[in-house]
Ligand binder design. Structure first.
Ligand SMILES: NC(=O)c1ccc[n+]([C@@H]2O[C@H](COP(=O)([O-])OP(=O)(O)OC[C@H]3O[C@@H](n4cnc5c(N)ncnc54)[C@H](OP(=O)(O)O)[C@@H]3O)[C@@H](O)[C@H]2O)c1
Length: 256
């Protein structure tokens, strides 16, 4: 374990959407650096398996079943986290879903589902964290997982891209309000990484052709998110607030 700005010993972190993909990765890299990690999502069995892996490696973790679209579930998630490890100082607001449809095919239920999870969920998880940090008089760091699609648009992604652009604006607004309380709020804007969310598309002929046309001509590797995430989450990013950092091999500056 290291000393210095990437040392997370004595920190308590909470990661939503930790039952797969990015969230499981972020939880693991925080635990490897000494954080007490609370992992949250709806699929508890997957969280339990992640906690078992972290504990096996000598880390400390707690699994909490939670649905970020329900504010009472979010409050209960923080209650459980506090009982185990005390006030949560680092939040990774990562839970998210996608709905890939042409705009004319999107129905009300799909629109609500994506906005409830990707925007309302991020708002609920960040706000509850901030209220508790302010009440405890403690500093904190919130990392919202937005997307390159919060900065650019793509066919069949109107609702998802809108939700992620809103996350970028929410990030800036919360950073403005909470900076004076010592709570930093930043966003990561990943490009395309293969996870459960998009594997079928990215492994299809159409998906491969799309990726071949991006500046990096490949998807990202999960490890390529590690340091940008830890930078925003911890002391290394102590003076970074309200930023939305693309980690996308330059996808956000692709030529038109
Ligand atoms: N993969 C990419 O290329 C990419 C690029 C840019 C941004 N992102 C963003 O990165 C984040 C993670 O995505 P991923 O790629 O890792 O996809 P993933 O493997 O599908 O993970 C999504 C996670 O969100 C959780 N989740 C969904 N709805 C939830 C709810 N209502 N309450 C609590 N948890 C919920 C899921 O857990 P349960 O189903 O168990 O609840 C799951 O753990 C998302 O916000 C996504 O938009 C991904």
């Amino acid at each position: 374990m290291e000393n210095g700005p990437f040392d997370f010993r004595s920190k308590t972190a909470l990661v939503t959407g930790a039952s797969s993909g990015f969230g499981a990765h972020f939880a693991t890299v925080l635990a490897e650096r000494g954080a007490n990690v609370v992992v949250a999502a709806r699929r508890k069995q997957r969280l339990d398996a992640l906690v078992a892996r972290i504990v096996d490696e000598g880390g400390k973790a707690l699994a909490v079943e939670a649905d970020v679209t329900r504010v009472e579930s979010v409050a209960a998630m923080y209650d459980a986290a506090e009982s185990a490890f005390g006030t949560v100082g680092i939040v990774c607001n990562n839970a998210g879903i996608v709905e890939s449809k042409l705009a004319v095919d999107v129905d009300e239920a799909g629109f609500d589902r994506v906005l409830d999870t990707n925007l309302k969920g991020v708002w609920a998880v960040a706000s509850e964290a901030a209220r508790r940090l302010i009440a405890a008089g403690r500093p904190g760091s919130i990392v919202n997982i937005a997307s390159v699609l919060g900065l650019r648009v793509s066919v069949s992604q109107s609702v998802y891209a809108t939700s992620k652009a809103a996350v970028v604006q929410l990030t800036r607004s919360l950073a403005l309000e909470w900076g004076r309380k010592g709570i930093r709020v930043n966003a990561l804007c990943p490009g395309y990484f293969v996870t459960d969310m998009n594997r079928a598309y990215l492994e299809s002929r159409h998906g491969k052709a799309y990726i071949a046309g991006t500046p990096a001509r490949r998807c990202g590797e999960l490890d390529e998110l590690t340091w940008p995430f830890l930078l925003l989450a911890g002391e290394a990013g102590a003076f970074i607030n309200g930023a939305a950092i693309p980690v996308d091999g330059g996808h956000h500056v692709a030529g038109i």
